[in-house]
Design a protein around this ligand. Structure first.
Ligand code: MV4
Length: 449
């Protein structure tokens, strides 16, 4: 097992990784930017190294600085958290070359899943259902016309190097096709440095459901059920839950088995998430795979009892996973609300000093946060300041528990999304589990703006 791990991240996830290390008896090294000197991840790590100015490109994204900090402190491994360097195949390669274990999948797998059209092809070959679409990248106008005729309308053009909602264009009729293709290519070139796009049939009102997986370095893959992530605004998830109200035990078992088989074929290791869209008829199709631990991992932890960060560390250290998928016991229902430092109406980020921070507790309530009274929220990073996660015996109990926890969460000095979450939890369609990815637009009576 590792003796010392460097945590290449900040905020709640850095603290979460430090917690797992402490429980495993592993020493920790925090890295921090000049804006994060007084952060809790710095306070609770055994050692801390300042790696640069506030701007992430000069600190948390600065590979030479992170590797130097790892070498100076003589760590065995690096946990990248989510965001920042977590899905950077080059960083994983540099770690390998520096004889530091990267706590995540192998670089070739990160690369494969980062090329979205390639990921789609690979998982399709490995047996997962994909949305009808082009065979890989659309190479030129001739192929575009052919693919569009085959797929039909509406269709969606997606940047191969995109993901998470960036670089997409919906095409509703043939006379828009060519212009959309050209715009999509130039936007992809601008944003990602490659113009490659692929095409899929566009699903109008999908639900977003994702499977959590773990793979060890001995060829074994398991899944830990799914998370429902349809409640989002502009591709930022607001509420996640497990299990999904839209999936029954039979379908979970069927699709879960396909996911496990596909990832064993691919040779997937460490934690990962396989994203699906579910159409109005309940059919599910692969869209993307994320090769990192995700923000919403706690809902899976609460319903399975598995500590996913510890699992990641053990797997990276070469341990074998003991349980099979069928030996993971699922119980109850978990919901997470992402609390952001932002205006609940305009969604404008709200940086500044937190004056009051009274987090709720009690039965079935977990708060993952690095915030505290008197902390200053800097304007440079993601606006998420806390995750409020609850567990109940069933969905109704979890909703009741979340409502009371939101009522008892007091944050003053900055604006937060807590009032928006209270509205979501009070909505009859949310309570009935009847929603899709357009739920927030309908709730706000806007198109998500
Ligand atoms: C789609 C789609 C409809 N049809 N693909 C957005 C994020 C990226 N992971 C994929 N996305 C979508 N892909 C087809 N063929 C609709 C979306 C989409 C979406 C997906 C998941 C969660 C929220 C979303 C919000 C708008 C659009």
């Amino acid at each position: 097992m590792f003796q010392k791990i460097l945590v290449a991240n900040r905020g709640e996830i850095a603290l979460r990784v430090i917690c797992a290390c402490k429980e495993l008896g592993i020493s920790t090294v925090a890295v921090y930017s000049e804006a994060d000197r007084n952060s809790l991840h710095v306070r609770f790590a055994d050692e801390a190294v300042c790696i640069g100015p506030a701007r992430s490109s000069e600190s948390y994204l600065n590979i030479p600085q992170v590797i130097s900090a790892a070498e100076i402190t003589n760590v065995d491994a690096i946990h990248p958290g989510y965001g920042f360097l977590s899905e950077n195949a080059n960083f994983a390669k540099v770690c390998e070359a520096s004889e530091l274990a990267f706590i995540g999948p192998r670089p070739e797998i990160i690369e494969m899943m980062g090329e979205k059209d390639r990921a789609r092809r690979e998982v399709k070959t490995a047996g997962l259902p994909t949305i009808p679409g082009s065979e890989g990248v659309v190479e030129g106008e001739e192929q575009l016309a052919k693919e569009a005729a085959r797929i039909g309308y509406p269709l969606i053009l997606k940047a191969s190097a995109g993901g998470g909602g960036r670089g997409m264009r919906v095409v509703r009729k043939q006379d828009e096709l060519l212009a959309a293709y050209q715009t999509a290519r130039s936007e992809a070139q601008q944003a990602f440095g490659t113009p490659d796009v692929y095409a899929e049939k566009f699903l109008e009102r999908p639900r977003h459901i994702e499977f959590q997986v773990l793979g060890d370095q001995h060829g074994k893959v398991i899944h830990l059920g799914e998370r429902e992530c349809s409640v989002q605004r502009r591709h930022q998830k607001l509420v996640e839950e497990s299990p999904s109200p839209a999936l029954d035990a039979k379908r979970r078992k069927e699709l879960g088995a396909k996911v496990v088989k596909a990832l064993e074929k691919i040779g997937y290791t460490n934690a990962g998430t396989v994203e699906f869209l579910m159409d109005e008829d309940g059919a599910m199709y692969f869209i993307e795979m994320n090769t990192r631990i995700q923000v919403e991992h706690p809902v899976t932890e609460l319903v399975t009892g598995v500590d996913l960060i510890k699992a990641q560390i053990r797997i990276a250290a070469g341990e074998r996973m003991e349980e099979a998928t069928g030996e993971i016991h699922h119980s109850g229902h978990a919901i997470e609300c992402r609390i952001n430092a932002e205006d609940p109406v305009t969604f404008v980020p709200s940086a500044g000093r937190i004056t009051t921070f009274q987090a709720p507790g009690g039965t079935g309530v977990r708060v993952d946060s690095a915030a505290y009274a008197d902390a200053v929220i800097p304007p440079y990073y993601d606006s998420m300041i806390a995750k409020l996660i609850v567990k109940g015996r069933d969905r109704a109990e979890a909703i009741g528990r979340m409502k009371r926890a939101l009522e008892m969460f007091v944050i003053e000095g900055i604006k937060t999304s807590i009032p928006l979450h209270r509205r979501i939890l009070a909505d009859p369609d949310f309570a009935a589990g009847k929603f899709d990815t357009h739920f927030i637009e309908r709730l706000l009576g806007t198109n998500g703006k």
